[in-house]
Design a protein around this ligand. Sequence first.
Ligand SMILES: [Zn+2]
Length: 423
Amino acid sequence: MVKAMVNIKIVQGRREIGGNCIRIEDKDKVLIFDQGIRFSIFRRYFTRNIEPLGIPELRKLQIIPSEEVFENADSIYITHFHLDHLGLLQNLPVKSKIKIPSMRIFNLFERWYQFSSSWLKYVPPRYSTQISEVELMKSDENNVVAIPVKHSAYPSYGYLYFGSDETVFYTGDFRLTSIVNENSGLEMYETSVIEYFEDNRDLKIDTLIIEGTNFGRIITPIEKNTIKSIIERMADEMMIFAVHPLEIELILLVIMELKKLDKKIVIACERLAEFLDENIKQLSEAKAILDDIFVLIDTVTKGVIFNSIDILSIESEPTKYAVIVNVRRIIDSLRLFDIEKIPLGSPVILLTSEPFEEEEVHREEILLRWLNYYGFQPYRARISGHYYPFEFKTIIKTLKPKKIIPIHTRRPELMYELFSRII
Ligand SMILES: [Zn+2]
């Protein structure tokens, strides 16, 4: 028997959610896909008071991949900017070649985290690394093609690798639910995974490395119409939305719906405003949607292109407004208001996709305690960033892989079993 040349090693993420890292060796070529932080372990060792001592300690605790993982690597491909995939770029050896989904968003992250007093300062890479943006749907020097996928971080990609004796597709994280579509006048995706493989029927995948986050989890498969209806029904209230800045699709959907109700929309934290600003530059169609929104002048100090408004104007007619804020900054933003002037029981709608399992240590009960203290009413409207298990069959039937390797899941056996029954 001829020895296989493509050798896939799942370094991290085999039976856990978060911390993906894959090493593919093929003759003398070595490719790495994602190098995320394993928050499941991180959370057990660190708090606000106990910070990581540095990269070496994080490696020893097996929270990030060790040095050997990157040995002789030609390129490191990142699927999206969630930290359980992007990881700490300072972990990468000098002169590494890193391929990322968006240079603009990367620059923003670098600026935000560079001088952070927490472990986030390890997110930006060292100076000698070569960073470049992936090219869409084109085979690069390593025979890797980036294919757009829908996820709760925009933009996100899956990677197709044409190896010497095997074709491998790594999905990264993805969902099938679409949030903004062509009808909204926004062209956010050139294609999606399902469309791409439907259009390229002669493409044969040998190994599909597929995420399976939602297997075994309790989830409500809601879609965009649910969000639209929630917004309509609360039209008379001063609505406050807690979002994750990378969920640009969801933010655009909310803004479009609020505009139909003639709400004045206020972005109440700096980073979210900067983020939207960057997205406008990249997505020209978003300009029309975002051109009449406001930023709260009391929180946003850096120059962004939006109109500004102050707290007093909102307090004078609160129900004319809807406030959108980064979930991490929500209490800080609400504290700026004279709470007496905000109608008691105003809704705070938590729109963040996942329970932060994949992004750091977040104590939702503390957030809820504060909302209660101030008399706000919390609601949850969560659209998962991951496909639902009932969609697995469609994915397998479209991609037709010879075999699968489950990743980013707690139920790999279930996925293998389901796969064997579908094919
Ligand atoms: Zn993700």
